[in-house]
Design a protein around this ligand. Structure first.
Ligand SMILES: Nc1ncnc2c1ncn2[C@@H]1O[C@H](COP(=O)(O)OP(=O)(O)OP(=O)(O)O)[C@@H](O)[C@H]1O
Length: 254
């Protein structure tokens, strides 16, 4: 059963049809990179998976469970919020702009959701947070305020925070785009470790083609909300077949 399943998903913003009946599957444990020109719908796909946006048509399934809607006969009906929330807790996301709680310490940021959403005992959540801080190389920043950290450190806290929820699916949206080039490598290194040491299903949007090549096993090239090409990273980045992909990669890779 796929970890993520999109079936004929439609998303519009006003007259702008961003996804026009998009279907694709991500098997459990896969690492899939979404590439494509600006505005092609990559972030919208991740936001639908975080229920930050609502699809106008079609179905999304997580591990076979209907996520936001299901069909009752021919009728597409919303599933109750309570049921949706259970599924949403399996999905974690790291954003380009970190989105940490600025007035909390690093530790408080990480334990917030496990304690308040998953109802984990506080001491258990703290022990796990400390382990994750060690993993992302920030054990000494435990009690710092997030505003005192560099962008790269904040992004590593955001990664630890997402992992603290033990997600089955991790969504990464341009996680290095807001960072200075010299600290991008630290963040990518942490994610490389996560990819190597867990079986979390990952869906990433990135312009870091080298990273995409190292971490993902499949690349989907989008244009106008449609998949124009799908290949393993080696093929996609060295011998793309579709003219639109060739043109896009020439522009991105130079
Ligand atoms: N909240 C919104 N309101 C209106 N239009 C939106 C909204 N979010 C996205 N869009 C539009 O949807 C389209 C797809 O945007 P999306 O951010 O998914 O593209 P993208 O492929 O991730 O682009 P980029 O690489 O620039 O991040 C764009 O035309 C964008 O302007």
């Amino acid at each position: 059963m796929p970890a993520i399943e999109f079936r004929d998903v439609v998303k519009r913003f006003g007259d702008n049809v961003v996804l026009d009946g998009l279907s694709f599957d991500v098997p459990q444990g896969d690492r899939v990179t979404l590439i494509g020109p600006s505005g092609s719908g990559k972030t919208t796909i991740l936001r639908l998976l975080m229920t930050l946006e609502e699809a106008d048509g079609g179905l999304i399934h997580i591990d076979g469970d209907p996520y936001t809607h299901e069909y009752r006969g021919p009728k597409r009906v919303a599933i109750p919020e309570k049921r949706r929330r259970v599924v949403r807790n399996r999905v974690g996301m790291v954003f380009q702009q970190f989105n940490l709680f600025p007035n909390m310490t690093v530790l408080e940021n990480i334990v917030e959701a496990p304690v308040h959403v998953l109802r984990q005992p506080k001491d258990e959540a703290v022990a796990r947070a400390e382990q994750l801080l060690d993993q992302v190389g920030l054990a000494d920043k435990r009690d710092a305020r997030c505003t005192q950290l560099s962008g790269g450190q904040q992004q590593r806290v955001a990664i630890a925070r997402a992992l603290a929820m033990d997600p089955e699916i991790l969504l990464l949206d341009e996680v290095t785009s807001a960072l200075d080039p010299e600290i991008v490598a630290d963040v990518l290194g942490v994610l490389r470790d996560v990819a190597a040491s867990t079986d979390i299903t990952m869906l990433l949007v990135t312009h870091e083609m080298q990273f995409a090549r190292e971490v993902s096993n499949r690349v989907l090239m989008f244009d106008h909300g449609r998949i124009v090409e799908e290949a393993d990273p080696e093929t996609m980045f060295t011998a793309p077949r579709h003219e639109r992909t060739q043109e896009f990669l020439r522009a991105v890779l130079g």
